[in-house]
Ligand binder design. Structure first.
Ligand code: PMP
Length: 404
């Protein structure tokens, strides 16, 4: 039995009341709530161990450095990366993808070259590549979407040319909930000797990730979507790629030696971590990953699958409600529209009942253009959501839809 009651007690925010109603938090795809152990890790760091890392010989600096490097090792283990030096701490998946677009673009992309993205990418896995391609006079080719919210893999196979340098694709869509066949996507790219970056922002918290089994070349995720604080993220990359890429930012920590004329760069992972890193939130990320592991990512996946299946069934029975994205394999989120109502109105009325959902374009404007809709309402799930919450949401939504 999934210990939902005990889990919910770990999250102090879940006892909040919103407009006098118990909070029903269905917005975890935007950001997850934090368990007490993560909050404690932050308080403890600032109360007992805070000191800048890597540069001090005093005790606190050493403790702080150890906690930071322990967090890196926890990330490595969580995604089953071969080596912790391949784990680069960033501030978010957005920064991870900007890092990669800049560094990879600088080293490997020239005029007339091509990269492949999909039509369902979050803006953060689109705009950095557009910026890079504009600089380099390169082109982006897009894997198209089907109406179901799935990627057209047959067309994807035809997008490769001798000029293709990289594929970067979301594992799970934040707007549609589609789980993409990422292993197949990677295998197809590798058959063309093209490396693949996986945007794991919406997968790492819902399903076990094994970067070696996937054989992806890069994997990016954000701490705040996996029960850790904001301001910390990860870019994992295969050692040979990271060694070959130029640094993204210059400054302290990323250097071996500096003279006025020349700088020799540091080894991995430090080459990509210029300046004082966010060592406190990195430590809290390590604690969050341990927390997730203490429940079991497979158990979480099963529980969330039950939630999403139940929510989908209930929503399918609401007349006038239209689910956007009906892929057979979905995780984390369900987007929908309601005939005759703007999603923002739905979100506002649900909020009065204490139900937090997100409305808008979810940083995926091209998806809205594809479906020819201005926005969607989106419910998304975390390890702390209960079946009772789903039923309360569905009952309330049914009444709201009838109003319109
Ligand atoms: N990619 C996907 C699929 C996302 O869902 C998000 C966040 N909504 C991002 C990238 C960007 O994440 P962040 O804002 O944490 O950088």
């Amino acid at each position: 039995m999934y210990p939902i009651e005990a889990i919910r007690k770990d999250f102090p925010i879940l006892t909040q009341r919103i407009h006098s109603n118990p909070l029903v938090y269905l917005d975890s795809a935007a950001t997850t709530q934090k368990p007490q152990c993560v909050i404690d890790a932050l308080v403890d760091s600032y109360s007992r161990t805070n000191s800048n890392i890597h540069r001090g010989i005093h005790s606190l600096s050493q403790i702080s450095t150890d906690l930071y490097e322990q967090a890196r090792e926890r990330v490595r283990a969580f995604i089953n990366a071969p080596q912790s030096k391949e784990v680069i701490f960033t501030k978010s998946v957005t920064e991870s993808l900007n890092l990669l677009a800049c560094s990879f673009g600088e080293a490997y992309v020239g005029e007339g070259d091509e990269i492949i993205l999909s039509a369902m990418e979050h803006h953060s896995n689109l705009v950095p590549w557009q910026m890079m391609c504009e600089r380099k006079k390169a082109t982006i080719r897009f894997v198209p979407l089907f109406e179901s919210g799935e990627l057209d893999i047959e067309t994807y196979k035809t997008l490769f040319s001798k000029r293709t340098k990289l594929v970067s694709i979301a594992h799970v869509s934040n707007s549609l909930g589609t789980v993409n066949p990422i292993k197949e996507i990677i295998e197809i790219a590798h058959a063309h000797k093209v490396p693949v970056c996986v945007d794991g922002a919406q997968s790492v918290q819902h399903t076990p990730i094994d970067v070696q089994a996937l054989d992806c070349d890069f994997f990016a995720f954000s701490g705040h979507k996996i029960y850790a604080p904001t301001g910390i993220g990860v870019l994992w990359g295969k050692e040979q790629w990271l060694n070959a890429l130029p640094p993204y930012q210059g400054g302290g920590g990323m250097i071996k030696t500096v003279s006025l004329a020349h700088t020799e760069y540091n080894v991995l992972p430090f080459k990509f971590e210029a300046g004082t890193p966010n060592y406190v939130d990195a430590h809290a990320l390590g604690v969050a990953l341990e927390y997730v592991q203490s429940i079991g990512i497979q158990e979480i996946e099963k529980h969330e699958h039950t939630l999403i299946t139940h929510a989908t069934k209930r929503m399918q029975h609401i007349e006038g409600l239209h689910i956007i994205g009906n892929a057979p394999n979905k995780a984390g989120a369900i987007s929908f529209t309601v005939h005759g109502a703007h999603p923002a109105d739905i979100g506002m009325i649900l909020d009065k009942k204490g139900i937090a959902i997100r409305t808008g374009t979810h940083c995926t404007e091209p998806i809205m253009q594809f479906y020819n809709i201005p926005a969607t309402a989106r419910v998304s799930f975390g390890l702390y959501n209960s079946m009772e919450e789903i039923d309360f949401f569905a009952d309330t939504l049914q009444k709201v839809v009838h109003m319109f």
